[in-house]
Design a protein around this ligand. Structure first.
Ligand code: FAD
Length: 510
């Protein structure tokens, strides 16, 4: 059996096999012949995993590996660098910020616009029960316990940082389209600001919120027509490094080939600067929140119907903007790893071969523009080389998949993908699929990666390419089963990058 990688590679580390691979028993039926693009051929031993696997090493790494004092110090220092004391607000009344996948206060345009347009800002997060239901086709948990725990840490940190800046975070359990209109009514808010999303489930929620806010207007309209509340939803774009309005084409005209997209944006667009922070984001509105249930609190994993187990081997990511800023500091400045990123990025073991920014980018704890500005600062203060550029090159991949989701909408999630391929006959063999999912295919490389994913919520880019290729090309299994299992497990799950990469691997992308 041959596993072909579908993207270029440079260095490749197999050390990790000592890490997540199981104790194996030989099975003459299986042999994996892995072809790397640099023409190294690796014959894995013909083996079948023992279900009661024993790990040969059980080291765990906190990412970032700094203590909480250091994290606080780096966070405060970064906030200070982005604070502009001369900022003046010009608005009236109350504005709501609806936090979604933008769990940060730095470079957050929704928060900035809410502050500017009001005298008081009310930050809100809705714990949407639909996030804890099941995946679309195959019924896996939509959010696994590790990502739920990670989200909780992000919310804890967001609340803490908002409080440091004179605000707080109102947390309610329920659908945003039910919650936001009642909060808008209770607070008398004129606008709900939020970041827009691009995929159908999120867009449906946006439509629901807009309709709910219109109802508030009708409910508060007096016969005299005087002073009705008319809260609006104002959506802003903020998930990519290049702003959608700055693209040299409409997203529906996006080039289908990545290189064309990259060359076009690199030559014709500039990256906008990060939004600055005022010294204080307060005050909070003076309205009575008791009638809508008060401030609420950050949930526990158990409240979400999940059971969290501590990660005690491999990487353990900390959620939140403070951890994200600290990871940038650690990777770029303390460890000086940005200098060699291009040579190390295809590794598989430990926290240092690549940036590990993806979980924080996916939850919006850090903006790609802030990463861009840090790369530029590093290039000015230390050095610019192929590695410093390559982080931006990878972030352009992330942008590309986000814009692709605007162009291809739901076909990204359908079996034929954007190409609407009908010629491939996919299998949904559960036994084969389970062996892949549980990391007991008998191929140490596949099994180690799948166990890492389940145990930590993370897998290297090269690992993802290999297990994807194995599932779709060698096992012939419906790629959506793999994509949905990744959706459950990944801390960095993002529909655009996940389904975009899977359709790429399955050969269904254009
Ligand atoms: P680095 O190598 O340090 O790269 C820096 C950043 O660039 C990453 O944080 C990420 O935001 C971006 N990036 C790098 N490669 C890609 C890529 N191929 N596609 C999109 N963005 C990229 N990434 C996700 O963020 N969420 C997903 O749900 C996701 N699912 C994937 C599924 C498959 C089958 C494959 C092959 C890849 C997937 N990726 C996904 C892309 C990539 O594997 C991860 O972004 C990367 O491994 C994260 O590690 P890092 O932050 O250390 O990356």
């Amino acid at each position: 059996m041959t596993v072909k990688l579908f993207s270029s590679s440079s260095s490749f580390h197999f050390k990790f096999l000592t890490f997540f691979s199981s104790k194996s028993t030989l099975n003459p039926l299986f042999s994996t012949n892995i072809l790397l693009s640099n023409n190294i051929q690796i014959m894995s031993s013909t083996s079948k995993s023992d279900q009661n696997s024993r790990l040969s090493s059980s080291k765990s790494y906190l990412v970032p590996s700094l203590n909480s004092d250091e994290i606080d110090r780096i966070t405060d220092e970064t906030f200070r660098r982005y604070t502009l004391s001369s900022m003046k607000r010009k608005g009236v009344g109350v504005a709501i910020v609806w936090f979604r996948n933008d769990l940060r206060i730095l470079d957050n345009e929704a928060l900035y616009r809410a502050w500017m347009s009001s005298e008081a800002v009310l930050p809100v997060y809705c714990v949407d029960p639909r996030l804890f239901e099941t995946t679309h086709y195959f019924g896996f948990p939509k959010t696994g316990a590790l990502r739920a725990q990670y989200l909780i840490e992000c919310l804890d940190d967001l609340k803490k940082n908002l409080m440091k800046h004179g605000l707080n975070l109102l947390i309610q359990h329920g659908k945003p389209e039910d919650i936001l209109p009642s909060i808008a009514k209770a607070s008398g808010a004129h606008t709900v600001y939020a970041h827009t999303e691009t995929c159908s489930e999120e867009l449906r929620v946006e439509r629901g919120v807009r309709a709910g806010l219109q109802k508030v207007r009708r409910q508060t309209q007096e016969p005299s027509g005087k002073n009705p509340l008319s809260p609006k939803l104002e959506l802003v774009w903020g998930s990519t490094m290049y702003h959608t309005d700055d693209l040299p084409f409409h997203p529906t005209e996006l080039p289908d080939v990545y290189t064309q997209f990259r060359k076009s944006v690199e030559s014709k667009c500039t990256i906008r600067s990060c939004f600055k922070l005022p010294t204080s984001l307060g005050p909070l509105p003076r309205c009575d929140l008791d009638e809508i249930g008060g401030w609420g609190c950050v949930p526990l994993v158990d409240d979400l119907g999940l059971h969290h187990e501590k990660v005690n081997m491999g990487m353990c990511f900390r959620g939140g903007e403070s951890a994200a800023l600290s990871r940038v500091n650690e990777y770029f400045w303390r460890k000086d790893l940005l200098r060699v990123y291009k040579e190390t990025r295809n590794g598989m073991l430990g926290p240092d071969y690549s940036t590990k920014f993806s979980p924080w980018l996916a939850s919006g704890c850090i903006s790609p523009r802030l990463v861009y500005e840090e790369v530029k600062r590093y290039e000015k203060e230390r050095q610019a080389n192929d590695s410093t550029y390559w982080v931006l090159f990878e972030l352009i991949w992330r942008d590309y998949f986000r814009f692709l989701s605007v162009k291809y909408v739901n076909s990204l999630f359908q079996i034929g993908g954007p190409r609407k391929v009908e010629s491939i006959k996919w299998s949904q063999d559960r036994v084969l699929f389970e062996s892949w999912r549980e990391g007991r295919t008998g191929y140490p490389l596949i099994d180690a990666n799948m166990k890492e994913l389940y145990t930590t919520g993370f897998m290297s880019n090269r690992g993802r390419q290999i297990v994807c290729s194995f599932l779709v090309r060698d096992m012939g299994i419906d790629w959506r089963m793999g994509a949905e299992w990744f959706e459950t497990c990944l801390l960095d799950y993002d529909p655009c990058s996940n389904y975009g990469n899977w359709t790429y691997g399955a050969g269904t992308k254009l």
